[in-house]
Structures are given as C-alpha cells and as structure tokens.
Design a protein around this ligand. Structure first.
Ligand SMILES: *Cc1c(COP(=O)(O)O)cnc(C)c1O
Length: 391
C-alpha cells in the first residue's frame, strides 16, 4: 500500500520534526521519487545487488526443520548470506547511492548494536564518501567488534552521552547533526522508521527481499505462500518481505516482536504487542511509553530488536489486521538459535531466531500443507558472545 502524499499509512506516519528539517525532507522526497524512476539509477542499484551484495539470495527449503516440527513446509529467505551478514546492506547501498547521485559528500547514520553502522560504513567506503556514525556510549562499550569494523572501513564513530546512551539517543543526535549540516550531509536511517519519506524509502530498498521471494516460491511450489513470518525491530526486513505481497490477500503475515523476559514485565521491546500509539523520532506509531509519554527503556537478547518503536506501516498493518504481531521471549529465541544451528547447519542471528521460535511454538497450529516463507534476516556470528554468556 502506498502512503498519502504526506506520508500517512492510515493514521500512522507523517512528519513530526522541527521546521528546519521540513525543507530537507521535501528535497529528499523529490530526489528519491525521481531517482526511483530513473533507469540509470536502477541499473546501478541492480549492479551492486548482484556484484557487491551477492543477490539473488536463496530461498532455501528447510527440510530438516520441516520434518522435525512435523508441521508446515518452511522456506528460509537467506538474507544471512548478504555481504556484511544481514539485510541491512540492501538499504544502505540504496541510500548512499542516492546521496552520491544528488551530490552530497558526507554520510551520517545512527547505530545500536552496530550492524547498521557497519552496513552504512561499508556503502560509504564503496562510494568514497565521508562517514560518521552516532552510537550510544553504552553500545560502544558493548559492541567493540562492530566499532572496530566501522573504523577499519574508514568511518568515524561518535559516542553519544545523552539519555540512556543507547540507540534512541543516537537517533536524536544524528537528527540534530542533520539539521545543522543538511547542505552537504545525507542521513541514512537504518529501518522503516522516522519522518516521511524514510519509512517508504527504506521499505522500497528492502522490498527486493519480497520481490525475489515471490518469484522463487512460485518456481518452487507453483503457488504463493500461505504465511510470511519475520522478526520486527524497527520493521525493515519484515516490511521488505511483506510489502510485495500486500495485495495478495490470501497470504497471511506474522511479525514477531522481542518479548524479552515477557511482555507483562517491563523488560521487552514489543512495541505493538505491548505498547501504545504516540510519536517517536518524527513519526506517529506504536511505541513503549509511560503515561506521561516518556519513552521507556527496552530489553531484548537480540540487540537489533532492542528499539522502543516500530515503523508506522506496521502499526497500520496491525490496526487494519493485514498482519498479526506476536511476541516471543528471549529463552524461546535462544532455543530456536540452537535448534536451527544443529539441525540445518545455519547459525541464525538472534533477531530472526525469534521468527523461527514462533514457528516452533506454533507448529501444530498450521496445516501440514501450509507453505511458510521466513525471513532469515542475518547470520549469528555477531551473537556468539551473548549466546555463550547464557550458558
Ligand atoms: C537490525 C536487524 C534486525 C531488526 O531490524 P528490522 O528493521 O526490524 O529488520 C533484524 N535482523 C537483523 C539480522 C538485524 O541486523
């Protein structure tokens, strides 16, 4: 579904930003709309998809998992084999290429665990752009390996000392930087969040996941899938998979949120299942907030799902019942991480382990001839320390 001219999906989305950013967002909307229709831009994008990211990614029939669960037929969309290890590169290559085409010379980004920072630094290196990545001081300490990676790629990591010193504060700082330096600077947001046109633009760059999966499942099964299942942090890998199937009404969609220690505790990141409607980072959407509208601290075993909001299009999918949103807790995700590693030979990131956990938990609720496409958004190498510390 396409948002209104002002970026609304139903009541969600829009632009809740300082006036100084409105002009920049208008300019971005104009160039993005123009370039997406531009043949030269699209053929460059296709070139880097193939030769740099390594697309098309496989749609792999997980035969062992299917047999083990004695349930529906499970296919994995293998975004874990993308260069840099997750789907995030689909978006950063798109946005940095766009920045280059419109003559910007400096890239900024926010990062939580560092995955989006690494993917942005990678794209900036590829297109010879200066790159600065805002990262909460807490995260800089927790994610030393990704900080090293960004530095190796030539980026500068800027530690953020405000607030809880985590992702949401890094986004605030990046927005402040953008307001000041908008003439030469392009802000690469890492998920389908933020003010219009970001949710639409990021979705468009991630839609390659769903477009490929649709062709691949038609080839493999001769029909569309019965279900799409994907984990939801900000919501970009899931929306990338879901959006190309929006009009295929028979295809059911499930977004799996991070239930942390339980949605009924205050230690989770389930923005839709456990949140309420408000404004975060320039967009109207579901978020975790207290009764005064202050953003609540979040928790998840998977750093990539540890965000207090969700993309506005997901909020719309939820309220219009186009998709269902369910939470899976840390322990269930961890078990799924081990199971997939042991029986399929694929070590998933802890984020998509939530999607796998949802299948394990609900295997009996599906019909045996149901066909399910799961987005395996990234590989688990980055999570080994966290997993080992659980033992
Ligand atoms: C960042 C990340 C996510 C969560 O982000 P979305 O925008 O919800 O996709 C999921 N999986 C992996 C591997 C990630 O790195």
């Amino acid at each position: 579904m396409n948002p209104t001219k002002n970026g609304y999906f139903g009541q969600f989305g829009g632009r809740f930003v300082p006036e100084t950013l409105v002009k920049a967002l208008d300019e971005l909307t104009a160039v993005y709309t123009r370039e997406l229709k531009n043949k030269a831009f699209n053929s460059k994008l296709a070139y880097y998809h193939k030769h740099f990211i390594g697309r098309t990614t496989p749609l792999y029939y997980a035969e062992n998992l299917t047999k083990h669960l004695k349930g529906p037929k499970i296919y994995l969309k293998r975004e874990d084999v993308c260069h840099t290890g997750s789907h995030k590169i689909n978006n950063t290559i798109g946005q940095v290429l766009l920045a280059k085409e419109i003559g910007k010379t400096r890239i900024i980004a926010e990062t939580g665990a560092g995955q989006h920072g690494v993917a942005t630094a990678t794209a900036a290196a590829l297109f010879s752009m200066k790159c600065e990545v805002y990262m909460g001081e807490e995260d800089v300490a927790r994610q030393a390996m990704n900080v090293e990676r960004m530095k190796l790629l030539g980026a500068t990591v800027v530690p953020v000392k405000s607030g809880t010193k985590t992702l949401k504060d890094a986004i605030n700082e990046a927005m402040r930087d953008w307001v000041t330096n908008v003439e030469n600077t392009f802000y690469v947001i890492g998920s389908v969040i933020g003010p219009h046109p970001y949710p639409l633009m990021v979705r468009t760059f991630q839609s390659i996941i769903g477009k490929e999966a649709k062709k691949q499942i038609m080839q493999a099964e001769g029909k569309l899938p019965d279900y799409l299942v994907a984990c939801v942090g900000g919501g970009s890998n899931s929306m990338g998979l879901f959006a190309p199937f929006y009009n295929d009404k028979k295809v059911k969609m499930v977004g799996v949120e991070a239930g942390g220690l339980g949605v009924n505790t205050n230690k989770h990141s389930a923005s839709i299942t456990g949140g309420s409607v408000g404004i975060l980072h320039g967009t109207k959407t579901y978020l975790l907030q207290d009764k005064y509208g202050q953003v609540l601290p979040t928790h998840s075993i998977s750093a990539g799902l540890d965000y207090p909001g969700v993309g506005p299009e997901h909020s719309f999918y939820n309220d219009s019942k186009r998709a269902e949103y369910k939470a899976v807790n840390d322990k269930e995700a961890l078990n799924a991480f081990h199971l997939l590693s042991e029986i399929e030979g694929i070590i998933p990131a802890l984020e998509p382990a939530h999607a796998i956990a949802y299948l394990i938990k609900n295997a009996r609720a599906f019909k045996k001839n149901d066909v399910i496409v799961v987005c395996l958004s990234g590989r688990g190498d980055k999570d080994l320390d966290i997993v080992n510390n659980q033992l």
